[in-house]
Design a binder for this molecule. Sequence first.
Ligand code: PEP
Ligand code: MG
Length: 772
Amino acid sequence: MQGGKGSILTVLKSIVQEVNQIPRLTDALFRLAARVKETMQVDSCSIYLADYTHQEFILKATDGLARDAVERVKIGFSEGLIGLVGQREEPLNIENAHQHPRFKHYPEVKEEHYNAFLGTPIIHQRKVLGVITMQQSAMRKFSEDEEAFLVTLAAQIALEISNAETRGALNPHAGMYVGNMQKNVRGVPGSPGLAMGVGYSPHAAYTLKTWVVKQSTNNQREIDFYRKGVEATRAQVEVLSDRLEGQVPDDVRAIFQLYHQLLDANSLGREVEAKIREGWDAASSLKLVVEAYAARFEAMEDPYMQERAIDIVDLSNRILLNILSEVKGKSVFERDRPQQPCILVAEEVSAPMLAEFPKAILAGIISIKGSNNSHAAILARAMGVPAVMGCQNVSPTLLEHKEILLDGYAGEVIVSPEKAIRAEFSQLIEEERLLSVRIDSEADKACETLDGCEISLMVNAGLSTELETATTSSKPIGIGLYRTEIPFMLRERFPSESEQVVLYRKILESAPDSEIAMRTLDVGGDKPLPYFPITEENPFLGWRGIRLTLDHPEIFLVQIRAMLRASIGLKNLSIMLPMISSVAEVNEARRLVEQAFFEVEEEARHQGVTLYRPRLGIMLEVPSVLYQLPQLAKKVDFFSVGSNDLTQYLLAVDRNNSRVASLYNTYHPAVLSALFDIVKQADQHHVPVSICGEIAGEPGGAVLLMGMGYRKLSMNAFNLRKINWVIRNVNLSEAQALLSRALTSDSYEEVYHHINQYLEKRGLGGLVRAGS
Ligand code: PEP
Ligand code: MG
């Protein structure tokens, strides 16, 4: 190969880019083989992919071996040099293939004249997906550079191949997805719950992505089509936004304002009309302009801006449908919508799409793009519809009309399930329904163990108190964590002090006799503010939570004052500080809280009303504070354990990174020991402690925490009744015994085993058994 390091990289990049753009995997692999052969100046390059059902590698593409051997040559996993590369999971570089003891002759490939052999496994997430080889007639060993090139290339193409594998594109018969075969697809949990239905993709018929550009000479007519399309879209967005009124919080509806702004943007219209004047028809002009815009947004590192690309594309797809309706003189929106419950599937599920969908038949949501933090997930949770986000390995059209099972807890989707799986899933849904009826009927019973230990349950809120407490209990319930960042994230600027007062007052008044712990702004990390972009190499270790707000006392003070003003006349406000990692941060925050208190107290005095002093607490979620609890105990009124972050920081695992998702687990015995240690120290120093991480809302987690000594658990409203039921069916003494077993376990898997065994024994297995 020619050139230095720079050019190797460039060549690699260009090969991967080119190959990734080819839609059909088999075509892509042939192109890959050709490019490698040409670039490396070798005599052949071939790609074999693994078929795990038959335990063999199949020749999928080649440039240099006999072309008609493709799909015909099948090499057992333990056969020949290809099998050896797969078994050893490392490259094999030999001068003379024929002399190697593992060489096996496959006459169809016609490789007799080749001597030098270099084979590298293609591995994705520890799984061997195939082998790529280079061969040459010369008897020589390939150089280290050549070997490094092939290894790098194999690593880069592995993801694409894995995606294709999930899509079913590797099926030897069809080279494409086979409709009736069961497929399991992984995404990320977007909204909890189980759902079953038929896949429905609203805009599968016409999208900008699939639109083939066309020229037109009648500029004025096309401009007319475009303008009418925009006008119709504007009217539809208005209707959709109105339709959502009362169904979701106003903050969520604010998403529609963004759509209006996009429609109003002069620049989009100007650019599209300019394209029309260049000779493209209206739909093609829209495609050309929008795709360029979206690419620019998508390339930005800021996840918020990337999300905006989704908004632009969604809105433009709608404009496209309106343009086409104009062109055809009839609506192209109407598609036969299923009458039975369906799973809404889209490349990018958006807020209007959800609004438009009849709620009665909306069983679940699958979004190919997006994450737990995207607007669609926020909305899905607000509407109580199970959702799986980020299913990158499938395309909506493949799921259209397919039967789908969706597990919003685990972020899993099963397409075209086998009979037995479907039956099992229906059973689980039915069990879930029956259980929830039973649990609901006892929801108001006191939360107390069989041996009389009282546990206080609180709710984690943040989207809107009405929505999040409506499903919980007939009596008002305290809030153990109110996440204030969501209203900040859904706006176009920092909310003003008086806007915040209105919001916080509503929450404090929702349960005036119960404690409400409001957390100060915890943005940064994975929660960016659209109007306050932060670009960092390691956002979770960066400018996050209290670090950011202490650097901006003006933001912090406005928020604290708003909380205090909202609490005038009430006694239930607690203020909680996120991401505390040192005593100095508490001192500084306390000083600012005092300052705000005196300002607001003065104001209250003038009005003749009382301002009660709020309790000040800190989140325990950064490991350093575990070693400063005695000092911190003197400074604060309470502790609240943020086990979600504590897990990520103790285990050094990014909580949002799907690559290391299997390493992130709060039941890791080290994390459990830390949680146990916290409650022991807090008791010793007489500081009230509660826990508001996800573990508190899980059946096994709640039992373990109770065994440790936690008496206040705060959780997602969805889990409250379930945990109440669990607590009322267990014994404290048994929880303590279970805890001892968990703490001495080697792994979280072992902890799960003990938990499951115990819950089964107590008749609570249905809450944790696979899928239920
Ligand atoms: C936590 O870290 O456990 C927590 C409750 O806060 P958040 O999930 O908002 O970071
Ligand atoms: Mg946290």
